[in-house]
Design a protein around this ligand. Structure first.
Ligand SMILES: Cc1cc2nc3c(=O)[nH]c(=O)nc-3n(C[C@H](O)[C@H](O)[C@H](O)COP(=O)(O)O)c2cc1C
Length: 255
């Protein structure tokens, strides 16, 4: 049994190679916390600011897991900042005792920092990393990905930078341009129901948005743009092995 959250497909791609019994966290998060029982239970999700995304945290905080082997796989794009250690602390806080936590370096979908054309060209050997993890999990290996002093320093440096930013710096991060053709894809890939259609135009409501960037990457017209500088406003990303329908299936909140 494997729970996953994905915005642009990296985490789903990893999840598909780890377990056939997959449950989307964007769907499972609703309602009362449930009890899940299996020999092995895993979670795969991206790292946001070195940590587990808020939606995943919410799910983990209320679900109950009955298993001898709980594992967490974190996909990231450039700098994990000690994500495994931070996640372990979070899990322990929820009474979950992970047997295995590992990280997978994949394309970085964070638009303010990275040019997606460049990310698509860079081979980060994700398949090799995922194959190793699959073997580990199959063999019930116990392992928590090691964290260095430099990783912890990177996280502290990041926290310092965030503390200096205005509290609502990301509040109005997206704008929808006249290129919008009203296809509604943004309404279906958003895991927080932040988009709705107003006639033939999409409207974004920042309330609840966790800036996962599923919408901006999925828009076929590139009609969603950041209000803050980005590396390449003309380049967007989706894991090459994952279809837009799979992202919709995972995140759609309107069905
Ligand atoms: C809001 C946000 C924050 C991110 N923070 C980090 C980070 O701190 N370190 C990092 O290496 N990658 C970071 N990333 C990149 C993603 O973790 C990475 O691209 C991930 O594989 C995306 O997974 P997905 O395709 O399943 O959504 C961030 C991405 C977003 C959208």
């Amino acid at each position: 049994m494997l729970f996953y959250f994905t915005a642009t497909g990296n985490s789903l791609y990893a999840a598909k190679q780890l377990d056939d019994d997959r449950i989307s966290i964007a769907q499972a998060v609703h309602g009362e916390g449930k009890k899940y029982t299996a020999d092995k239970i895993g979670v795969v999700c991206p790292v946001f600011g070195h940590e587990v995304p808020e939606l995943v945290r919410k799910f983990l905080s209320k679900a109950e897991f009955e298993t001898d082997y709980f594992y967490l796989i974190l996909t990231y794009g450039s700098r994990h900042g000690g994500a495994a250690e931070l996640a372990q602390r979070m899990l322990e806080g929820f009474g979950i005792h992970p047997a295995y936590i590992n990280v997978v370096l994949m394309a970085d979908n964070f638009l303010p920092g990275f040019d997606m054309d460049e990310q698509k060209r860079t081979d980060k050997k994700a398949d090799v990393q995922i194959a190793r993890i699959r073997e580990d999990i199959r063999n019930g290996v116990k392992f928590i990905s090691p964290v260095t002093a430099a990783d912890r320093e990177a996280h502290q440096e990041y926290l310092g930078r965030i503390a200096k930013m205005q509290k609502d710096a990301f509040k109005n991060i997206y704008r929808i341009t006249d290129e919008c053709i009203g296809c509604g894809i943004c309404t279906k890939v958003c895991p927080k129901k932040c988009f709705r259609m107003d006639g033939a135009k999409s409207v974004w409501n920042p309330k609840g948005c966790m800036t996962c960037m599923a919408c901006i990457h999925a828009c076929p017209m590139m009609a969603i743009q950041l209000r803050i500088p980005e590396k390449n406003p003309k380049a967007r990303y989706r894991n090459e092995n994952i279809s837009i329908c799979e992202i919709v299936d995972a995140n759609n909140q309107w069905r």
